[in-house]
Design a protein around this ligand. Structure first.
Ligand code: ADP
Length: 273
């Protein structure tokens, strides 16, 4: 029986002094261990929703519940312990002078004893395949490596949910692959719940389920394979269908069999070879 970790029910939100709702009757539910992608064009309300899950905004109407805690000023600190966020710009996320200091920083603030801390830092870096970079200065790393260290900083705190807020949008294709593969492994091996907030349908195609937002409303919910059938509607909403997704769709129609909606360019070449 799937267990619900986040529930958003009929949520309305608008910024102070502004009339139109930026989140307009949003309802969604996230199950423990699933990867949910929230997609939408710029201005559709994705970041506002992410901030609400981190307790930076409260709904004007409706309810948000995280791990059975209803979001309120009393529960917000407990909720923040359960949700780790990785943001867009890898360079803005470093506070330590070495990779291990950086990963340790969040733990220092959470009161974990020193001896447990060193183990947790190593374990987290190993999980994102960055253990050999322990003593390196973060600014020497590539974009993908930086984001993997940022993910390690979150994993070390042992959150229940990790939110990627456009976390791959500044990375080159190689860095993006690295981060998304890492997230997939963390989900599969640790049972981590993942929410990726993105305008990139390629990233979203890795998720178990997608929610498409448009102008603050839920436009569609479904598995990536179902959502990508709506190609023309997605284009109308200003979302670009990546080449690999178009090719996967066409090749599936021609009888090719792929395990996922998403295939990488390399897999595409292999399939055609
Ligand atoms: P997205 O992340 O999908 O690009 P946002 O949540 O950032 O969308 O924005 C949704 C809407 O809210 C947009 O119309 C945007 O202009 C507006 N908005 C975002 N932040 C603020 C703010 N701090 N004050 C007023 N309006 C805002």
């Amino acid at each position: 029986m799937p267990e619900e970790i986040i529930s958003i029910e009929h949520v309305y939100f608008r910024y102070p002094g502004q009339d139109p709702y930026v989140l307009n009757d949003i309802s969604l539910s996230v199950q423990k261990g699933e990867w949910l992608a929230i997609v939408g064009h710029n201005g559709s309300g994705k970041s506002t929703l992410a901030k609400m899950l981190n307790g930076l905004h409260y709904p004007e109407k409706g309810n948000v519940t995280v791990d059975q805690l209803p979001l309120s000023e009393e529960t917000v600190w407990e909720i923040r312990k359960r949700i780790g966020m990785v943001f867009q710009n890898p360079d803005n996320q470093f506070v330590g002078t070495t990779v291990q200091d950086d990963v340790a920083f969040g733990l220092e603030n959470s009161g974990v004893p020193q001896e447990i801390m060193a183990e947790r830092v190593k374990d987290a870096l190993e999980r994102v395949n960055m253990l050999s970079f322990l003593d390196q200065e973060p600014h020497h790393l590539s974009g993908g490596q930086k984001q993997r260290v940022a993910v390690a900083g979150i994993i070390a705190i042992i959150p229940k949910v990790i939110i990627l807020d456009e976390a791959t949008s500044m990375l080159d294709p190689k860095g993006r692959q690295e981060v998304l593969e890492t997230i997939r492994e963390l989900k599969d091996k640790l049972g981590l719940t993942v929410i990726s907030i993105t305008h990139d349908l390629e990233e979203a195609s890795r998720a178990d389920r997608m929610i498409v937002l448009n102008k603050g409303e839920v436009f569609k919910k479904g598995k990536p394979i179902e959502i990508f059938q709506l190609e023309d509607e997605l284009v109308e909403l200003g979302l670009d269908i990546p080449f690999t997704i178009k090719m996967t769709k066409k090749l599936t129609q021609l009888g090719f069999n792929f395990p996922n909606t998403y295939i990488t360019e390399e897999e595409l070449v292999d399939a055609l070879w």
